[in-house]
Ligand binder design. Structure first.
Ligand code: 5GP
Ligand code: ZN
Length: 139
């Protein structure tokens, strides 16, 4: 897609620090790293989000995330690692080209806000009803 910054990174029109690539995906360093080692994995074919990406590209992202996650553990020995992926402006997706974040965290790094949500017991009727709606919609 012409005006997409990540498509430009795939084509090499914008520089990036490449970490891994294959036919379908590219992994590169995030330029505003939340932690040391913050890496993004994207499909080479433009897709905005989980709803647009093909199952084949999503599978390739998953396989690459395993490779890169293993390499992050070997290289950086983090205490843990968040894998995050945002879909839509409503959840603060900023770049509208699918990307999976790999965010390793050392013990001394600040807590990642996305992993620090409060657990409160839910309404079991609503949980059951909503799960039923979702499973009925699986194609
Ligand atoms: P989002 O909120 O959409 O999940 O996050 C977009 C991510 O892309 C951010 O972490 C941001 O730092 C990263 N990003 C945005 N523009 C560029 C860029 O030009 N190069 C690189 N390497 N990362 C970028
Ligand atoms: Zn794109």
């Amino acid at each position: 897609m012409q005006d997409c910054i990540f498509c430009k990174i795939v084509k090499g029109e914008i520089p990036s620090i490449r970490i891994y690539e294959d036919d379908r995906v590219l992994a590169f360093a995030d330029i505003n790293p939340i932690t040391t080692g913050h890496t993004l994995i994207i499909p080479k074919a433009h897709a905005a989000d989980i709803w647009e990406i093909s199952a084949e590209d999503l599978t390739a992202i998953a396989a690459a995330s395993k490779k890169v996650a293993d390499a992050i553990r070997t290289a950086l020995a983090p205490a843990g690692m968040a894998v995050a992926q945002l879909n839509g402006r409503a959840v603060n997706q900023v770049v509208m080209h699918y990307h999976m974040h790999l965010i390793p965290r050392r013990e001394e790094d600040p807590e990642l806000p996305m992993t620090a949500w409060e657990l409160k017991p839910g309404d079991m009727d609503l949980i059951r009803q909503t799960a039923g709606k979702i499973s009925a919609a699986i194609g």
